[in-house]
Design a binder for this molecule. Structure first.
Ligand code: CA
Length: 417
């Protein structure tokens, strides 16, 4: 499929992240106005809340867009998702007869505020990047035992916190936490000195479930995808994580991109997961291609300084797809809800330049790497970390918008009252 042409001219360039093919879902406001739901097109956001209010967009069971989040649409199911896309495409396509009615509802992207695109009902984070798991395992357990014995058999995950998920552009304050003391010394309570990112994709559940679902059913439940940065305090993590896994190290913040790219927009970019080293149990087997070819990168910019791209990788490096993770998540009978967010786990590639965390890039701090104006092992105060993702067609691009956060200095004393 090639570029679908729009009368919004800026949407028709091969490099624009928001062509008519994409139409990602966000929530925006301008000035003091109330936040509305919008879909990005070219250099604009289309105010779909206003379109629905004026009857230019009619959804089954509507109004669904009269609230500043997409959950009602997500929960309405796949027919409504397809209907939103089809109706908005018809309004924005080249030669659309209702253009004159729609033009007033285009708002320039420049100068708007972007909010959380949906209410996160729960957040689960996985560990589906084989290169990441191997790198981290090698650092902590040696190359022989790099992958835990369960890793090739199931997508490892843990239940995170919905309350810590924030939208791109939100500052992230360096956390304090308990870290291991040297040798036999007591542990210390300090600002994290090894604060890090994790480059991930987030899958957004639309259709709820009760009880176990198949991988195919799980794929059908997913509304769309976001970029996701799972901020991680490595020094806190190293001390706390055994035996129950990450806790406070991951609870400071998780940043998502402001736009949810609907699954339909990514359809042409589907890929199978990499070959299995050992066969999966039947309930986890992929009935079709459920990964995506999405180029990913991470950039680091010090305060007032130049940005350096420190990682380039691809979503295709994941060993388990989001539908496999979601299916596994339901095996216990665990119910899923509209707005459930599933982090993929860090997506590192095989090369040094494709590592999705600073922990891996600096090999545990032993090999600082160059950035414009200095070197880094971990994040320094006032660094801005930006994740970007794009799926490339022949003459168009599907983007997610920047997933960015600036790390601001720790409080001098978090318990000062
Ligand atoms: Ca993570």
């Amino acid at each position: 499929m090639g570029l679908m042409k729009s009368w919004v001219q800026t949407a028709n360039s091969a490099t624009c992240p928001f062509p008519l093919n994409n139409l990602p879902c966000g929530v925006f406001s301008r000035g003091d106005a109330d936040p509305h739901c919008g879909m990005a097109i070219g250099d604009f956001v289309l105010d779909v809340t206003a379109l629905e209010a004026e009857g230019l967009l009619v959804l089954d069971g509507g109004p669904l867009l009269d609230v500043p989040f997409w959950n009602a649409v997500m929960e309405a199911g796949a027919e409504v998702w397809a209907s939103v896309r089809a109706q908005v495409m018809a309004l924005l396509q080249d030669g659309a007869s209702k253009r004159f009615l729609v033009e007033d509802h285009l708002v320039p992207l420049h100068g708007i505020d972007l909010h959380m695109p949906f209410l996160v009902s729960e957040f689960t984070d996985f560990y589906a990047g084989r290169h990441h798991a191997t790198n981290v395992g090698t650092m902590f357990r040696g190359a022989e035992n790099a992958l835990p014995p369960n890793w090739l058999h199931l997508p490892i995950g843990y239940n995170g916190r919905a309350s810590s998920v924030v939208v791109s552009g939100t500052d992230v304050r360096r956390p304090w936490g308990q870290v291991k003391g040297a040798d036999h010394a007591l542990p210390a309570f300090l600002p994290s000195r090894r604060f890090d990112i994790e480059l991930e994709m987030g899958a957004v559940v639309g259709v709820p479930s009760q009880g176990p679902v198949t991988v195919a059913e799980a794929d059908a439940m997913i509304f769309g995808y976001v970029l996701l940065n799972d901020w991680s305090a490595r020094d806190i993590q190293a001390w706390e994580y055994q035996p129950l896994g990450p806790f406070q190290a991951k609870a400071t913040a998780t940043t998502i991109s402001p736009w949810v790219v609907m699954k339909a927009a990514l359809q042409p970019f589907r890929l199978s997961t990499p070959p299995r080293e050992v066969p999966l149990l039947p309930y986890l087997q992929e009935p079709g291609p459920m990964l995506y070819d999405i180029a990913l990168e991470v950039a680091l910019a010090p305060e007032g300084g130049k940005e350096t791209v420190i990682c380039r990788t691809n979503c295709r490096e994941m060993y388990y797809s989001a539908p496999q993770q979601l299916a596994h998540h339901t095996t216990s009978g665990c119910a899923m809800n509209a707005g459930d967010l599933l982090g993929s786990g860090t997506i590192s590639g095989p090369d040094k330049t494709s590592r999705g965390s600073l922990l891996e890039m600096s090999w545990g701090g032993k090999e600082p790497f160059a950035v414009a104006g200095g070197t880094r092992s971990f994040i320094e105060d006032n660094d801005t970390l930006t994740l970007r993702g794009s799926a490339k067609g022949d003459d168009y691009t599907i983007g997610f918008g920047d997933c960015a956060g600036k790390v601001i200095p720790a409080l001098s004393d978090p318990y000062a009252r």
